[in-house]
Design a protein around this ligand. Structure first.
Ligand SMILES: Cc1cc2nc3c(=O)[nH]c(=O)nc-3n(C[C@H](O)[C@H](O)[C@H](O)COP(=O)(O)OP(=O)(O)OC[C@H]3O[C@@H](n4cnc5c(N)ncnc54)[C@H](O)[C@@H]3O)c2cc1C
Length: 381
């Protein structure tokens, strides 16, 4: 099996990179300082076909998960924060619509997400339900003509700018994976509101906020999938998201290696480029080895998903390895840059801050270990 990028994807990779280097890279520092999402860049990316490459072709997507992984990595190589928001819109939101939506919902929501005109978000996390997401307390109480929803969500990517929302709730008297119900909603629905943008350490151009549901009325047309099955449906969609999320770490690590190797060749101390020192070479070698191993393993997991193979263990291994790898790589990138590594003029400072989300979002490092151990033990029971 060959997990190199097939030649037909090289052109895509170059086009995405050229686009991002000319449109996103020059404004990334300002976006970080101002915590601003680059909506214009996103809309242009949509016109170029760089959003929703994995989504069904009949709604404007590319139907190609491998293409999505290539775009995903390139986005993160330039600006992880931007990709965190793209991911919430075209994966967390749109992939759930593609998998569980009825024909009207797919027709209404998928094309504007893929074109970049509209932004989606997906909300399960609550103030008291993070890693233990199934302990969520937002309730959907049946009433005449539908449900009344009450509760709140936190840390929701895109909540401040989203046009569309998927919100997970539960039916009264249920617990665990039972009784979940997902609602798909447009901004402006009475009873649905969002909090102010949260001030963050990293991925600052990706807006994050709370969502509040207060006596929010939802009808059958707002339900995504089957009432009572919302949480199982959400968990069932995770394989695609989990297979792609490690490419965030790979993109950031590649950016660190690019910046660090160039810097080591330019920066002179003791009369020669620091790249001549074996202790610096060792850091670059470790970075390159870490990156290559992660990239090949993660491509294998994407390939497994395209073959319909269950990847619960493999996706958790990919996420665990890649996110710890990028923590090491971002730390070494700062070290290679010395004092300049702490300065805003150098991108490694932003990469270091941005990468902190990668061991926390989409399941923490600790939760990945729990998943892997559970799957390993099943093989021996
Ligand atoms: C920038 C950002 C964007 C996000 N975007 C979204 C989004 O779009 N939608 C959404 O629904 N959520 C989103 N989240 C939420 C994210 O998924 C959660 O932050 C994550 O699942 C962890 O939950 P928590 O923060 O409550 O941490 P906690 O669950 O409270 O964990 C705290 C610590 O305890 C550890 N821990 C927890 N349980 C165990 C255990 N059983 N064994 C060992 N250790 C354990 C954790 O690993 C962690 O180290 C986002 C978060 C951030 C920071």
């Amino acid at each position: 099996m060959d997990f190199e990028i097939p030649p037909e994807y090289e052109q895509l990779k170059r086009s995405v990179r050229d686009f991002l280097l000319s449109e996103l890279e020059p404004i990334s520092r300002r976006l970080d300082e101002e915590q601003a999402f680059p909506l214009d860049v996103h809309r242009k990316a949509g016109k170029l076909g760089f959003i929703g490459a994995h989504l069904p072709e009949e709604y404007g997507g590319g139907g190609d998960l491998f293409a999505k992984s290539v775009i995903y990595e390139e986005n993160c190589r330039v600006n992880l924060g931007y990709n965190v928001s793209v991911n919430a819109s075209d994966l967390l939101f749109a992939n759930n619509v593609a998998r569980h939506g009825n024909p009207e919902q797919k027709k209404k929501y998928l094309p504007p997400i893929i074109s970049g005109e509209k932004i989606g978000c997906w909300a399960i996390t609550e103030p008291e339900a993070g890693s233990d997401a199934l302990s969520l307390k937002t309730t959907a109480t049946p009433c005449d003509g539908g449900w009344v929803v009450n509760g709140s969500k936190t840390f929701i990517t895109n909540a401040p700018i989203a046009d569309f929302f998927i919100v997970q709730a539960r039916l009264p008297g249920t617990s665990g994976a039972d009784g979940g119900i997902a609602f798909i909603l447009d901004r402006g629905v009475p009873g649905l509101s969002t909090g102010p943008k949260m001030d963050k350490l990293g991925v600052r151009c990706s807006p994050t906020a709370q969502i509040f549901m207060e006596e929010m009325r939802a009808g059958p047309e707002h339900v995504l999938g089957t009432p009572g099955e919302g949480l199982r449906q959400a968990l069932g969609s995770l394989d695609v998201e989990r297979s792609l999320s490690p490419f965030s770490s790979i993109g950031v690590a590649q950016a660190c290696l690019d910046a660090s190797a160039r810097y080591a060749l330019e920066r002179k101390q003791f009369g020669k480029p620091i790249a001549k020192f074996q202790l610096i070479q060792e850091k670059l070698a470790e970075m390159a080895a870490d990156l290559d191993v992660a990239r090949h393993y993660c491509r294998r997991v994407v390939w497994m998903v395209t073959q319909g193979i269950k990847v619960t263990k493999e996706a958790a291994i990919a996420k665990l390895f890649a996110s710890r790898m990028v923590s090491r790589v971002t730390t070494e990138a700062i070290q290679i840059h010395g004092g300049y590594g702490l300065m805003k003029e150098y991108n490694v400072e932003r990469y270091f801050r941005d990468a902190r989300i990668l061991e926390i979002g989409a399941g923490t490092t600790e939760i990945q270990k729990i998943v892997i151990a559970r799957e390993v033990l099943k093989e021996y029971e």
